[in-house]
Design a protein around this ligand. Structure first.
Ligand code: DX5
Ligand code: ZN
Length: 229
């Protein structure tokens, strides 16, 4: 189904989904979502390991929704290609781990992928400044990366506003995506600060009723949209 281009977008993270039935999980919520958000962790940049390109490929085969791979790894330059070949439409990386963020952006772009810079809660948001014209998404983290199910860090809200200002002032088109601890209690604040895409991991794949949870998040985003955000 075609969705309005500018609507607020929902991007469930599969991190807390049931991996034994991942295809069914993603298909079950597909009609409510705009992206799937896939958190790749290497046990170095963050103290946790998740999955690699074969899982991305499995999700790709299971649904029609575009995939955004969030690399929480030390060497995005080495691994970006494998995730794009596995079916990722967008790849985000953390710039503080690389010697030259421009090189990574150019590499992902040359491979045909959309690019995002992920902004860790402890990193200055102005890091995106030099790259705004070439970014598809700015991924503002509202938890310290590593694990799903953490509480939303309200102190990041001014940084989300600043990111939105930087994008607007530059006349750039990057989406503002907010990632971490977003649920029905925190989504309003995230959107009010400038979120255009909201990641929802445990709020959707809560182990109980993912379909009902995705529908409720979708309805809340539609309400915020109708209210003028
Ligand atoms: C954290 C990840 C997030 C997270 C989202 O390292 O980047 O995408 O899994 O999950 P919730 O919504 O449960 O915080
Ligand atoms: Zn993420």
């Amino acid at each position: 189904m075609m969705q309005p281009v500018n609507r607020l977008k929902l991007a469930p993270s599969i991190l807390t989904a049931d991996f034994a039935r991942l295809g069914d999980e993603v298909r079950s919520v597909e009609s409510y979502v705009d992206w799937f958000h896939l958190d790749v962790m290497d046990g170095h940049y963050v103290p946790n390991l998740t999955f690699g390109a074969s899982t991305v490929e499995a999700v790709r085969r299971s649904c029609e929704v575009p995939l955004h791979v969030h690399l929480m790894i030390e060497n995005p330059l080495r691994y970006a290609r494998t995730f794009i070949e596995a079916g990722a439409q967008r790849v985000s990386f953390h710039p503080e781990v690389v010697p030259d963020a421009r090189e990574v952006i150019d590499h992902i772009t040359a491979l045909g992928g959309g690019v995002g810079i992920a902004v860790h809660p402890d990193i200055d948001v102005d890091v995106i400044g030099p790259h705004l014209q070439t970014l598809d998404v700015v991924l503002m983290m509202t938890v310290r990366p590593g694990f799903g199910g953490q509480p939303f860090l309200h102190e990041v809200l001014p940084k989300i506003r600043r990111a939105k200002e930087l994008v607007t002032a530059a006349g750039a088109e990057a989406d503002i995506e907010v990632d971490g601890g977003v649920n029905l209690s925190t989504v309003d604040e995230a959107v009010d600060a400038g979120a255009e895409i909201v990641v929802a991991g445990s709020a959707v794949f809560d182990g109980i009723h993912p379909v009902a949870a995705a529908r409720r998040m979708r309805e809340r985003l539609d309400e915020l949209e109708q209210r003028g955000r």
